[in-house]
Write a protein that binds this ligand. Structure first.
Ligand code: SF4
Length: 334
């Protein structure tokens, strides 16, 4: 490990092309963390299987996600970027950790209850064991720090407890208890102005959209519902277009829109056009880089293969220590 503050691990399911919510909810933070930490970033395709009805698009979605992460600034020269299923040691560790994971605890976790509600016809064993697999992802790479949002706190607390249980049961200290880096991510609402931005709700704006597609999506955004006519004054505080202006526009423009919306000096069409322009300018360098990467798909797969090789080296060392701590028969005689 280098002289950085420690190792960070984070993963996300391969959901394909990323949207603004993904960018501000994870990717931007991933890029920033590279400054201070050795980062291990994983596209968790095995996790995706717990709720997936078809695997038809999983390869393409993995590629699209890698393209987005790389183009947005994840640097494979300093961080490890790989696909979860390419390092199968995680599945072995998942089995060992499942022996110290109480069923009662797993079934009480809020995310499990939520998933049961969302997928009542597919409550599978993998879904219940999801936090155990997540713990395996984290500890396999000797992670010190995990960036989490408020809604993931219970999973990380579960991971910490599992590490303590394993270390206690086998009287060892091979597994590192990860620290939580609680990060407040801005909540990005979708174009409907109500729900969190999400592909499944089709209320999203993709980072990789063309400027025309972006403009089209922005122009379809719902605004202050009280502003029925151009001459009606509006309330920017209830308008998601204004929330996005606060992220993408210059402070003086944000201040002007706030004022002119309330006096009906600015219309919603003009306000949205400016937002679309600013989103397009913000993502222009990323889009240029992504387009260049798309031309070199083989290089992207090579980056992922190299990441898996580097991740495997750490994983195998951890597993040698784990198997030894459990007391399993050695694979090779000394
Ligand atoms: Fe929203 Fe802008 Fe219309 Fe005001 S002018 S309601 S901030 S879109």
């Amino acid at each position: 490990m280098s002289d950085k503050k420690g190792r960070v691990f984070s993963g996300a399911r391969p959901t394909g092309r990323q949207h603004l919510g993904n960018y501000f909810g994870a990717i931007q933070n991933y890029v920033a963390l590279q400054q201070d930490y050795d980062c291990v970033y994983c596209i968790v395709d095995v996790h995706a299987l717990t709720t997936m009805e078809t695997t038809e698009n999983i390869r393409q979605n993995t590629l699209e996600m890698a393209l987005d992460w790389l183009a947005a600034g994840i640097d494979p020269a300093q961080s490890i970027l790989f696909v979860q299923s390419h390092v199968p040691q995680v599945l072995e560790l998942h089995t060992y950790l499942s022996m110290v994971s109480p069923l009662g605890k797993l079934s009480e976790l809020p995310n499990f209850k939520e998933e049961v509600k969302n997928h009542p016809n597919n409550v599978n064993y993998g879904l219940l064991g999801y936090p155990v697999l997540m713990t395996s992802d984290i500890v396999l790479y000797k992670t010190n720090v995990v960036p989490v949002g408020v809604d993931q706190q219970s999973h990380l607390e579960f991971a910490r407890e599992t590490v303590r249980s394993f270390n206690y049961r086998y009287q060892t200290d091979v597994l590192i208890e990860p620290q939580m880096k609680l990060t407040a991510f801005p909540k990005i609402l979708g174009t409907d102005g109500k729900a969190k931005m999400s592909k499944s709700l089709d209320n999203h704006i993709e980072m990789a959209s063309t400027p025309e597609e972006t403009t089209q999506r922005v122009m379809s955004m719902l605004t202050d519902p009280q502003r029925l006519r151009r001459t009606d004054p509006g309330d920017p505080d209830v308008c998601n277009v204004y929330s996005l202006h606060k992220i993408f526009s210059k402070p003086e423009d944000v201040e002007r829109i706030n004022r002119e919306c309330r006096t009906a000096e600015i219309g919603c069409v003009q306000c949205k056009r400016l937002l679309a322009e600013n989103i397009n300018s913000y993502f222009a360098p990323y889009r240029e880089k992504r387009a260049a990467l798309e031309e070199k798909e083989d290089e992207v797969w090579d980056i992922l293969a190299d990441g898996a090789k580097r991740a495997s080296a750490i994983a195998e060392q951890t597993m040698i220590e784990v198997r030894d701590a459990i007391g399993l028969a050695p694979r090779q005689r000394a």
